[in-house]
Write a protein that binds this ligand. Structure first.
Ligand SMILES: NC(=O)c1ccc[n+]([C@@H]2O[C@H](COP(=O)([O-])OP(=O)(O)OC[C@H]3O[C@@H](n4cnc5c(N)ncnc54)[C@H](OP(=O)(O)O)[C@@H]3O)[C@@H](O)[C@H]2O)c1
Length: 257
């Protein structure tokens, strides 16, 4: 498809949803800055497309956040679309988990995303043009026992991005939040949810292609909240009318690992 943006920066572009978004942008002729820690994987993706730029950075560190924020704010090489996609989860009982890992999860899912959203909008709003897509999760719509920190970080991302969408309305800048359901990527292995995720039936899985397409299409059209797949649209609609206690218990049964 043709996109309205003429340049892009995607975090977490070395695998999964971010990699597919980078490929979609590349195939549409949009020069893209690909960001993640694994520079070798980014270089392979950049080799597939014209005008791609590799920016290897650890977004859990202040230095990594700073270098990516500076690239987003560049006046000489402007970025039209910023996708804050990098993120990870940690499955398990909260008080038994490694607290340093949970700190890094909060740094990546919340602090880096906030910092890079600021860099994006502070540059785009005065320019009167730009697109910001933040990747959240359907896990952000209700509590998730055994994925407590992850669900809370994604609740932040959804609320924060919805607010920004309204704040910049009328400036020429579009802000959207993408809330995928279960999607097979490296996420399941990284978050240690693979042992029970593998038991879920096929119909609960959304394809990574559908998720990436829905995100880029949604932000192009200026949608506020983008939920890929009919099943998850229904889940989100139901979460608005289901009592919180019931939603919490159902969610706890799903993360039964
Ligand atoms: N898969 C799902 O079921 C699902 C569902 C809902 C929402 N999501 C969200 O979708 C987004 C993408 O996840 P995915 O499913 O595509 O998982 P993935 O395949 O594990 O991709 C995660 C990406 O984030 C990057 N990343 C991780 N730590 C980083 C760090 N410290 N600094 C910079 N980059 C870092 C990884 O690259 P490096 O390791 O090379 O740094 C990788 O490119 C995440 O925000 C996730 O929460 C996923």
């Amino acid at each position: 498809m043709g996109y309205p943006f003429t340049s892009a920066l995607v975090t977490g572009a070395s695998s999964g949803i971010g990699e597919v978004m980078a490929d979609l942008l590349g195939r549409a002729g949009v020069p893209t800055v690909v960001v993640a820690r694994r520079g070798d994987r980014l270089a392979e993706i950049a080799d597939r497309h014209d005008g791609f730029e590799v920016l290897a950075a650890d977004l859990t560190t202040p230095e990594g956040q700073q270098v990516v924020a500076e690239r987003i704010a560049s006046v000489d090489r402007p970025i039209d679309l910023v996708v804050n996609n990098a993120g990870f989860g940690t499955s398990g009982t909260f008080h038994e988990l490694d607290v340093d890992r949970l700190d890094r999860e909060v740094q990546l899912n919340i602090a880096a995303l906030t910092r890079l959203s600021h860099a994006a909008l502070a540059t785009m709003v005065p320019r009167g043009r730009g697109w910001l897509l933040n990747v959240s999760s359907i896990a952000g719509f209700q509590a998730a026992p055994k994925l407590a920190v992850y669900a809370a970080t994604k609740a932040y991302v959804t609320s924060f991005t919805e607010s920004l969408h309204e704040e910049v309305s009328g400036t020429g800048v579009k802000v959207s939040v993408l809330c995928p359901g279960l999607t097979r990527t490296e996420f399941q292995q990284v978050s240690s949810t693979d042992h029970y995720a593998d038991t879920f039936p096929d119909f609960v899985w959304t394809t990574v292609d559908d998720v990436a397409n829905a995100g880029l299409d949604g932000v192009s059209k200026g949608r506020t909240v983008v939920v890929p797949g009919v099943l998850y649209k229904g889940v989100v609609a139901a979460s608005g009318i289901t009592p919180r206690g019931l939603a919490r218990r159902i969610s706890g049964l799903v993360q039964r690992g």
